[in-house]
Design a binder for this molecule. Structure first.
Ligand code: NAP
Ligand code: ZN
Ligand code: ZN
Length: 346
């Protein structure tokens, strides 16, 4: 079936209206009428070729919410009319050790990304800036009705990518957690870490978003452009979640970790990040990475956000504004996630 979408045909061309092909609904498949799709900075890194070769033309978008329109004959997990979501992956091998552990994002045979990956039928997967998507039921999430529809989409990437490391490294009461960068991922990290009970500090380039950060649940807020910040915060944090899309001077940030503290990078700049190992020797510090989260943990995150009454702050845009929104994201001018209204693709 042909559906309307936005796609780019090269690393330097804007996204433009087009149509893409969706497969027929198979026995285990769910057809979703997409309502909203978030704009993740990863969409921009990808479509501009910053992370490597791209199978153009490509439709990106891996923060998808919508309503089930049709289900295959074997589908038991979802029903027509359900509010559902799809995140960064649409399949995995399901047999390797990591898949069996519920960590499909770390599938040893490679998970199948929502866009730009080779699907089992040999076609290239196409993302959520589109009207409809067909996904295997096991990679479709239930989106609680209490989460506002237009705000739910960013949970499928920004939500799980920050929930997973916060959960894994035990953010909670008595823990001092720093979030670097108050963008799409960062603002969800602040809300989730606060809801988990941690003492939360935002490290942003300037103080321009301080009031917002404190309203989201941060206890402290510092500007990284002020050298005094790193002196004040030396040996402070148990956990740092770095959401910044560009390279940082890691030494300064690692210096703020206390004994056995961990800095987790979820930000994904294309450039390598140099580390001076002596900075890790002090306080037995760790530097780690984390990629999205498994399906079970993503469902847990959605239910957690519903229970705690937290949701992303979004600016809903028509599809025609995608290219302008990209420019604003690149200028850190996002409050705090752009979400495309899929009705404007019609
Ligand atoms: P975003 O909305 O653009 O937020 C990034 C924030 O980083 C900005 O709001 C800004 O915060 C800060 N920042 C940007 N440029 C900076 C610079 N040159 N120096 C210092 N700080 C800077 O992006 P996002 O969608 O949250 O994504 C963030 C990163 O995570 C991207 O690289 C993305 O690809 C990656 N990502 C990784 C995963 C994963 O699984 N690991 C999943 C999703 C996304 P302030 O204005 O507060 O300084
Ligand atoms: Zn993403
Ligand atoms: Zn696997």
């Amino acid at each position: 079936m042909h559906v309307n979408a936005y796609a780019a045909s090269s690393a330097t061309s804007p996204l433009e209206p087009t149509t893409i092909e969706r497969r027929q609904v198979g026995p285990a498949d769910v057809l979703i009428d997409i309502a909203y799709a978030g704009i993740c900075h990863s969409d921009i890194h990808t479509i501009r070729g910053e992370w490597g070769e791209v199978p153009y033309p490509l439709t990106v978008g891996h923060e998808i919410v919508g309503t089930v329109a049709e289900v295959g004959s074997d589908v038991t997990k979802h029903a027509v009319g359900d509010r559902v979501g799809v995140g960064c992956m649409v399949n995995s091998c399901r047999e390797c050790e990591n898949c069996r552990a519920g960590e499909e994002q770390y599938c040893l045979n490679g998970n199948i990304g929502t866009y730009g990956a080779i699907d089992r039928d040999g076609t290239v997967t196409q993302g959520g800036y589109s009207q409809k998507i067909v996904v295997d039921q096991d990679f479709v999430l239930r989106v609680p009705e209490s989460i506002p529809y237009e705000a739910a989409a960013p949970l499928l990437c920004a939500g799980i990518t920050t929930y997973s490391p916060l959960n894994h490294w035990n953010a909670g009461p008595g823990k001092k957690v720093a979030i670097v960068g108050l963008g799409g991922l960062g603002h969800m990290a602040v809300k989730i870490a606060h809801a988990m009970g941690a003492e939360v500090t935002v490290l942003s380039q300037t103080l321009s978003k301080k009031d917002d950060g404190l309203k989201m649940g941060a206890d402290h807020y510092f500007a990284t452009s002020d050298p005094e910040t790193f002196r004040t915060l030396k040996n402070t944090f148990d956990l740092i979640v770095n959401t910044v899309s560009a390279p940082l001077d890691l030494k300064q940030y690692l210096g703020t970790l206390t004994l056995d503290g961990t800095m987790v990078n979820v930000g994904a700049p294309p450039e390598p990040l140099p580390i001076q190992v002596f900075t890790l020797f002090t306080n037995r510090r760790s530097f780690a990475g984390s990629s999205i989260g498994g399906i079970r943990e993503t469902q847990e995150m959605l239910d957690f956000c519903a229970e705690k009454g937290i949701a992303p702050e979004v600016e809903v845009i028509p599809a025609s504004a995608i290219n302008d929104a990209y420019e604003r994201v690149l200028k850190s001018d996002v409050r705090y996630r752009f979400v495309i209204d899929a009705a404007t693709l019609a």
